[in-house]
Design a protein around this ligand. Structure first.
Ligand SMILES: O=C(CO)[C@@H](O)[C@H](O)COP(=O)(O)O
Ligand SMILES: [Co+2]
Length: 219
C-alpha cells in the first residue's frame, strides 16, 4: 500500500525568500513548480531559472507542471535540469508518447495533465507511456481557486484507467483539509496544495494534516 504524497505548490509563496519558503515545506514529499507562459494559460509565472534555483535549494523531488504551449520543444530541458517529474498538458503536446520517451531518456519521469474539460478517455491510448496522470481540479492558471466538485467523478474514471499498478494519480487545485478526503476517496494519491500550505501559519503542520486526512482513504 502506497502512502499519500503531498506536493506544495510554490506559485503563491514569497518568491523573494525562496530558500526560506522551501525550508518551510521540508517535510513534504515533493515540491510542485508551476510554469506558465501566458499563452496556454492567462498568466505568466517563471521558467528554467527559477526551476534551477529550486533544484539547487531543496533536496525534495521537484515536480514541474508545465502550463505552456509547445511542450514538445521546451519540456526536455526541465528533465535535463534534474526535475523528478515533468508534467505536460495533453491539450498542448503534439506527440505525447514521443515526448514521454524523450523525458525518460533524459532521466525524468513523465506526467500528463488534463484540463477540467478534457476527458480521461481522450488520453486512454497514450497514458500507459506516462508515470503520472494529473487531473486538474481547477482551471489551470491561478492558485487559490475553489475545488471543482464535478472533478470527483473524473478522478474516479482516471483511477479506473490507470488501475493500481505504476501510473500515479495526481490532483491539483483547491486541495484543502475540506476537499482532500473526497479526492483521496475518489482515487487520487499525489496531492498538490498551494494556498492550504503556504497560507498556513505552520506549513509543516498543514502538510501533516493533509497527509493524515488523505491517508484515511488512500492509497
Ligand atoms: O497548477 C496550478 C494552478 O494552475 C496549481 O498548482 C496551483 O498553484 C495550486 O494552488 P492552490 O489551488 O492549492 O492554491
Ligand atoms: Co500546478
Amino acid at each position: 500500500m502506497r502512502s499519500p504524497a503531498i506536493h506544495p505548490s510554490i506559485l503563491n509563496c514569497d518568491i523573494a525568500h525562496l530558500a526560506d519558503e522551501l525550508a518551510r515545506v521540508s517535510s513534504a514529499d515533493g515540491v510542485h513548480v508551476d510554469v506558465m507562459d501566458n499563452h496556454f494559460v492567462p498568466n505568466l509565472s517563471w521558467g528554467m531559472p527559477v526551476v534551477e534555483a529550486v533544484l539547487a535549494t531543496t533536496s525534495l523531488p521537484v515536480d514541474a507542471h508545465l502550463m505552456i504551449e509547445d511542450p514538445d520543444r521546451w519540456a526536455p530541458a526541465y528533465a535535463e535540469s534534474g526535475c523528478d517529474v515533468v508534467t505536460v498538458h495533453a491539450e498542448a503536446a503534439a506527440a505525447p508518447v514521443r515526448l514521454a520517451h524523450e523525458l525518460h531518456r533524459l532521466g525524468a519521469r513523465a506526467g500528463l495533465a488534463l484540463r477540467p474539460a478534457t476527458s480521461v478517455e481522450a488520453v486512454a491510448d497514450v497514458v500507459q507511456d506516462f508515470d503520472l496522470l494529473l487531473v486538474m481540479t481547477v482551471e489551470p492558471g491561478f492558485g487559490g481557486q475553489r475545488f471543482l466538485e464535478p472533478m470527483l467523478a473524473k478522478i474516479e474514471r482516471a483511477r479506473r484507467l490507470v488501475g493500481s499498478a505504476g501510473i500515479r494519480l495526481q490532483v491539483d487545485g483547491g486541495i484543502t483539509p475540506q476537499t482532500i478526503e473526497r479526492a483521496a476517496e475518489a482515487g487520487a494519491e499525489v496531492f498538490v496544495a498551494g494556498s492550504a500550505v503556504y497560507r498556513a501559519q505552520d506549513a509543516q503542520a498543514a502538510i501533516s494534516e493533509l497527509r493524515s486526512l488523505a491517508g484515511r482513504h488512500c492509497c
